[in-house]
Write a protein that binds this ligand. Structure first.
Ligand code: 13P
Ligand code: SF4
Length: 326
């Protein structure tokens, strides 16, 4: 259906078609049609572009998307996110075809540790339990004991025997946050998300002063001095759930800007202010509707984890999925 833009000309209102919005609707309809024909499911991370989110079968955080991938009976999974997310789906569903529409959409943090580096580190800490963030390659997961996401890191750490030393990789900020919330012995790798790690106290204070009534919700990938200023520390979907149930009407959001769309969509009467409008993950924005449509037509690019690596990585991901999250 065409979308009309009202344009005031003198006293006369004219209706004008918005060609871009029409193009979006056409692409979305073609994608939904092909998804059906291919028995495919479209999984979309909360940071993706709005028009991609609006086409999804499920939008969510890393944990929700992993759970959905592990349970779907679709033949094809189209993953709109970054490479490690599609790899996680491939680890869990080897019999399905997992497609990442833009193959070079990566996560810079996942690139901050290699399997070789982890193997060397484990030699220094032979008794440590390795907890790796899902934002890692399949090879790093294969060298880890258990995975975690931003939504379950504390629960995962608490599932480890308290007498054991823990090594968390690769995100130092998620590790330090988890350490502050448990009595477990946690060492960590020195990786970080460039987008979250760059958020400064000065910037947050400036936004807080401009919006004194707003609650500040921050992602655990932010540095400790930022998390100290937060009213709540949440995963991306955790923020959406919290904002919906909170009696507050204004929120400052300390994570990638893509989350503002689902937050506003779920809570149209509430105000969401970015802690820093420059928090944009270029990799998360690489995917457009055209790439999704092309990937469904070609059934590629496919992401497939080699079987030996997959078996080992699967054990770490499945141990994570077995940890109950209240
Ligand atoms: P969530 O699991 O909270 O969605 O986070 C994923 C991510 O990459 C954050 O930068
Ligand atoms: Fe990776 Fe950061 Fe982008 Fe998330 S926002 S995908 S952690 S670079």
């Amino acid at each position: 259906m065409p979308v009309f833009v009202k344009e005031l000309m003198g006293n006369k209102q004219i209706m004008q078609a918005d060609p871009n919005k029409d193009k979006v609707k056409v692409l979305q309809a073609k994608i939904r049609d092909l998804l059906k024909k291919r028995n495919a499911i479209l999984l979309v991370h909360n940071y993706q572009r709005p028009e991609i989110q609006d086409t999804a079968d499920l939008c969510g955080d890393s944990l929700e998307l992993s759970i959905k991938a592990s349970k779907t009976d679709a033949d094809v999974i189209v993953f709109c996110g970054v490479h490690f997310m599609a790899e996680t789906a491939s680890i869990l569903c080897p019999e399905k075809r997992v497609i990442l529409p833009v193959l070079n959409a990566g996560c810079p943090m996942a690139g901050m540790i290699t399997a070789k580096q982890l193997i060397e580190k484990k030699k220094e800490m032979p008794d440590a339990v390795v907890i790796s963030y899902v934002n890692t390659t399949a090879e790093v997961k294969a060298e880890s004991d258990i995975c975690c996401t931003s939504a379950n890191a504390i629960h995962v750490a608490n599932s480890v025997d308290p007498s054991r030393q823990i090594l968390m990789t690769p995100d130092k900020n998620l590790a330090r946050y988890t350490k502050s919330k448990t009595d477990r012995k946690i060492s960590y790798w020195n990786g970080y998300c460039p987008i979250h790690n760059n958020l400064t106290v000065d910037q947050v204070m400036k936004v807080k002063e401009a919006h004194p009534k707003a609650l500040f919700l921050a992602h655990p990938e932010c540095p400790p001095e930022i998390l100290d200023l937060a009213d709540e520390v949440k995963s991306t979907s955790g923020m959406i759930a919290y904002a919906g149930s909170s009696s507050s009407n204004e929120f400052i959001i300390g994570t990638e800007e893509g989350i503002l769309y689902p937050l506003s969509k779920a809570n149209p009467n509430k105000l969401f202010i970015p802690a820093d409008p420059d928090m944009i993950c270029a990799d998360m924005k690489r995917t457009g509707l055209t790439e999704v449509l092309r990937s469904l037509e070609n059934l590629g690019p496919e992401v497939k984890v080699p079987e030996q690596t997959r078996q080992k990585a699967k054990a770490a991901v499945e141990r994570m999925l077995a940890v109950p999250v209240k």
